[in-house]
Structure formats: C-alpha cells, structure tokens
Design a binder for this molecule. Structure first.
Ligand SMILES: C[S@@+](CC[C@H](N)C(=O)[O-])C[C@H]1O[C@@H](n2cnc3c(N)ncnc32)[C@H](O)[C@@H]1O
Length: 423
C-alpha cells in the first residue's frame, strides 16, 4: 500500500521509534548499532514493544526514501540495486574480504595485485559496496573492514546465504519474466526461472546434488543459517509434544536436523528420525550434538517414494511444502500414508503468504520476497490458510486438517497445521 503519511509525519514517526530503540539500548547497557568492524553484526530485539518500534522504523524509513525520491525513481530503484548486488558478488567471488587486514588498512594498489582485479575496476566495485557500509576508506586510497565486510570472513553460515543469493537467487530472478512467458501456470520445478537460467533438467535440490556438489553444500549451509534463525520455541511449542510421551517422530525433509535437535533437547522421551537426501543426512550425522545422539537418528529417504516406516505417531514437516508446487505437495502427503495408523498426526510448519495489510510493510515485503523466491526457484509458493485446506483435502479425504495458528518469527510468518489420520 502506498504511504498514507506525509514526509514530515513519517519523519516524526521515525523519531518516535528511534527514541524507543535508543531507550532500549541505554536501559539494557547495549551498544548503539554501528558498522564499526568490532561491533555486533545483527540488530535484533526480543521484547514486543521494541521489536514493533524497530519494524515500524524500517517500514517508515523505506516509505520516506521513496516518497522523497518520487514515483519515477521508485520504479527504477529496484533495478539500480543490481549494481549494489554485483559489487557484493565480486567481493565474495574474489575473496576480497580475506585480503583486507582485520586490523589496519590496505591500499587499492596492494589489494588490486593481491586479488587480481585492475585498480580502477576494484575501486569502482569497493566504492559501490561502501555505499552499503561494506568496507570503508579510512583515508583516501585505503580500504578497511566494517562489521558488514567482516561477516564474509567470520561467518561461513552468513556467507553461504550471500553465496546462494549470488549463485541461485539473482540469476533466477533475472529469468522470472521469461519463465512466465514460456511456461505460464507451470507446476514443474524444471520449468522455473532458476531451471531456465541453469538449463536444469531436475528440481533444484536433485540438480545441485547431481551437477554442482559445491553449490549443494553451500545451499545446505544457507538452509542451516535460515534454520538457526528460527527460534527453537517454534517447533517445541508447535503442538503439545509432551502429551505424545515416547512417540516416534519422523522429521521429513528435516535437513541436518535443527528442528529434531531442538525437539529432542526439550522432550528427551521422543524418538526422532530425520529423513532427507543422502548427502544431507551424512552431514547431519557428522554434526549431531552428543546430548541427542541417543534420541535423534538420520535415514536417507526420498519423500517422492512411499514412506518405508510403519505406524509412526507423528510426521513433522517444516519449510518443505513451500518448495513444491501443489501437485508435488499432494504426492508428498500421499506418500506418508503407508507410515500412518489411525490417529497418527502430521504436524506441518510452513511460511505463509501474508494477508494484505496484516503485517508491517517491512514484514510484508520480507514475506512476499520469500514467496517470490519460491516461485523463481521452484515454481511454488507460500500458501494462505484456505489454500492449505484445499491442498490437504485434495491429497486424501481421510486427512483431518486443523490450522493451529501462525507466528511471525525472524525468518518469516510460519503457520502451524496439524493433520490427524482418520483412515
Ligand atoms: C528448506 S529445507 C528445510 C529443512 C528443514 N525441514 C528445516 O526446517 O530446517 C528443505 C529440505 O528438503 C530436502 N529435500 C529436498 N528434496 C527432497 C526429497 N526428494 N526427499 C527428501 N528430502 C528432500 C532438502 O534436502 C532440504 O533439507
């Protein structure tokens, strides 16, 4: 929705919210957010009042920028951001962050020789990135780290997310229009924008595993980063797990097991099996923390084949369905049937498509961007509740469906759904 406030009203609202944040830093003895290379790399708030002020501030500052720039610029700004993204991709691709000393500075000349990019090109790239506070020039002709450029050195998980934006998301987005023109309404991941861009004949996860093992590993690390930002309480409070006692829980497409680990730590009586593709299970086994080795195990299983396990109490499926168009989600659900007994539960947690105007503009943009990524990568979407109801009914009338609730977490708005098997 277009901003309803004037520039002055937005500025006043920003001042009010900035004051709330400032009081929060002062009363908790926290440092002010900064890009100082030794400063914290994340800005996050736990208490609802400060989080809301933070989100409002982010929404208002964007609205203020666009109002101040005007409508013609508003339709061009998104494309101009391609230059910002290109600069980051060069920095990542040439490992420039590693070549800049963590303390001190380096001249453009020296850096140019070290990374193999001509000085003039390097200066353009870095000066662009500096507009996003990635590196800075402490003195003319010299480059030094900021907290943002350091992230590429310090955090392999955060870097994996940067890499999949560069290697998978950006190229896929550039083909979104072509995919819609060539395959309107397609339900095939192989006809997605990302598949067109990569000339891929298999869905993303299979294609990466078969043709690009390094990118597959990066993707798994980026998913690990995504999962690490979902609070453990998201899964532990999804349903009344304690009431299931010594239940067997199968975490379908559970990745390296972040949800299974959180569940096992909170409910030690549960016996949890994580099912995923072979290479993901192997990594999960390697990284499994000692304290849950007795209750979490991994089993290779392709969810497009019938469930090999029997009489399972609970299937848990998080952030999987939004990767797949409806007809494949129906297949995944139907493939669970051999593993179900009367009264078995299927607990689903999945990002939801936001209702218009129900979230802050910042959160709504974040959620829709997530949905558009699903479209570009997989030809799939985040779903609204009524779309879930229809999907589950199509899969099998013996699935009794309940929308337990929805929660906005730092990653997205996730819905929780509980299906009871009536067969
Ligand atoms: C977005 S990740 C979600 C991971 C995990 N559920 C979580 O919430 O952290 C989707 C997962 O589905 C897995 N996957 C993709 N295709 C699969 C298939 N055919 N069978 C089993 N798992 C698959 C991927 O390897 C990946 O771990």
């Amino acid at each position: 929705m277009a901003p309803s406030l004037t520039i002055l009203e937005l500025a006043q609202s920003i001042l009010k919210d900035a004051t709330v944040l400032d009081q929060h830093f002062q009363s908790h003895g926290l440092p002010q957010p900064s890009f100082d290379k030794d400063g914290p790399s994340m800005v996050a708030f736990r208490d609802p009042e400060t989080s809301q002020a933070h989100e409002r501030l982010l929404s208002s500052t964007k609205a203020l920028q666009l109002l101040a720039r005007g409508p013609v610029n508003a339709i061009n700004v998104p494309h101009w951001m391609a230059t910002n993204a290109a600069a980051i991709s060069v920095i990542d691709g040439f490992n420039i962050s590693e070549r800049v000393p963590l303390d001190g500075q380096v001249s453009y000349e020296e850096l140019s020789t070290a990374v193999g990019i001509p000085r003039t090109d390097l200066k353009s790239i870095l000066r662009m990135a500096m507009t996003d506070f990635v590196f800075h020039e402490p003195s003319p002709g010299f480059v030094a780290h900021t907290a943002a450029s350091r992230v590429l050195v310090d955090s392999p998980l955060a870097r994996a997310l940067v890499k999949i934006n560069i290697d998978e998301m950006m190229p896929a987005m550039s083909k979104l229009r072509d995919a819609l023109l060539q395959h309107p309404g397609s339900q095939e991941p192989q006809q997605s924008a990302r598949s067109l861009e990569n000339n891929a004949k298999l869905p993303l996860f299979d294609e990466l595993a078969a043709r690009h093992p390094a990118r597959a590993a990066t993707f798994a690390r980026a998913m690990e980063n995504y999962a690490s930002r979902i609070p453990a309480s998201m899964v532990t409070s999804a349903v009344d797990w304690a009431s299931y006692g010594e239940a067997v829980v199968v975490d379908v497409g559970g990745g390296k097991g972040p949800a299974a680990i959180a569940l096992a730590q909170a409910f030690p009586k549960l016996n949890i099996i994580v099912q995923d593709l072979g290479h993901v299970c192997a990594q999960g086994r390697e990284q499994l923390p000692e304290d849950v080795k007795g209750s979490v195990s991994f089993e290779e299983h392709d969810f497009f084949t019938p469930q090999p396990m029997r009489d399972i109490d609970v299937f848990y499926i998080r952030a999987v369905f939004h990767n797949w168009p409806d007809k494949y989600c129906i297949e995944i659900l139907r493939n669970l049937i051999p593993g179900l007994k009367k009264g078995s539960r299927v607990v689903i947690q999945d990002p939801m498509f936001p209702e218009s105007g129900k979230l802050s503009p910042f959160a709504e943009e974040f959620a829709i961007a997530g949905d558009l990524r699903m479209m570009a990568l997989f030809n799939s979407h985040d779903r609204e509740v009524k779309e879930w109801v229809e999907l589950v009914a199509k899969a099998d009338p013996r699935f009794q469906f309940r929308h337990v609730g929805s929660l906005v977490n730092p990653v997205s708005k996730m819905g929780t759904f509980e299906i009871t098997w009536q067969g």
